[in-house]
Design a protein around this ligand. Sequence first.
Ligand SMILES: CC(C)(COP(=O)(O)OP(=O)(O)OC[C@H]1O[C@@H](n2cnc3c(N)ncnc32)[C@H](O)[C@@H]1OP(=O)(O)O)[C@@H](O)C(=O)NCCC(=O)NCCS
Length: 174
Amino acid sequence: MDKKIVLTGNGFILRDWKNGDEISLQKNADNPNVSRYLMDRFPYPYPLEAAIAWVNSQVGLHPVLNFAIDIAGEIAGGMAIELKEDVHRKTGVIGYWLAEQYWGQGIMTEAVKLLTAYAFGHFDLVRLQACVYSKNYPSMRVLEKAGYHKEAVLQNAVFKNGELLDEHVYAILK
Ligand SMILES: CC(C)(COP(=O)(O)OP(=O)(O)OC[C@H]1O[C@@H](n2cnc3c(N)ncnc32)[C@H](O)[C@@H]1OP(=O)(O)O)[C@@H](O)C(=O)NCCC(=O)NCCS
């Protein structure tokens, strides 16, 4: 049975990770402008070893919760759905990044809409949320354009690159 899931956007697809993605992942992830407002587990510099470890951890996983953004066969970014547990089990948390060369073309807005529809369609969720660090205005804008609403600002919740940042919590309900 073919379990592969491909979500098709305008000029890109969201697909599962596969062997061979390591080189373009490393090339496009290795950028301080990409990692600036991401968790520290997305490192800068981003070595090939990190790309290999990431792809190895993802190949063959079902259900697919982590998607590669594929443009012309190369890794142009990534998206994730984290399924919360216990009393939070009807909530999913999304995250995403895109290679800098593709910013400002509406790609992530469309990708978030696709991922949101996929998440509500495939999992028993009533709520999706995303957490954006202060000053990451493009990401806030992406979420607003995709139908998410800002629910809260958690002051000084994030310590990134030696700086305290607020965390802006966005959500969309099914
Ligand atoms: C955030 C990110 C995903 C946006 O992707 P993208 O494909 O460029 O986003 P889109 O083109 O769909 O939309 C970006 C919006 O931000 C706006 N924007 C860009 N810079 C801005 C700024 N400084 N202030 C306010 N809005 C800004 C754009 O004008 C656009 O809105 P518009 O369509 O109303 O003009 C991308 O910049 C990225 O990967 N950043 C690094 C990783 C990251 O921060 N991920 C999110 C973690 S929460």
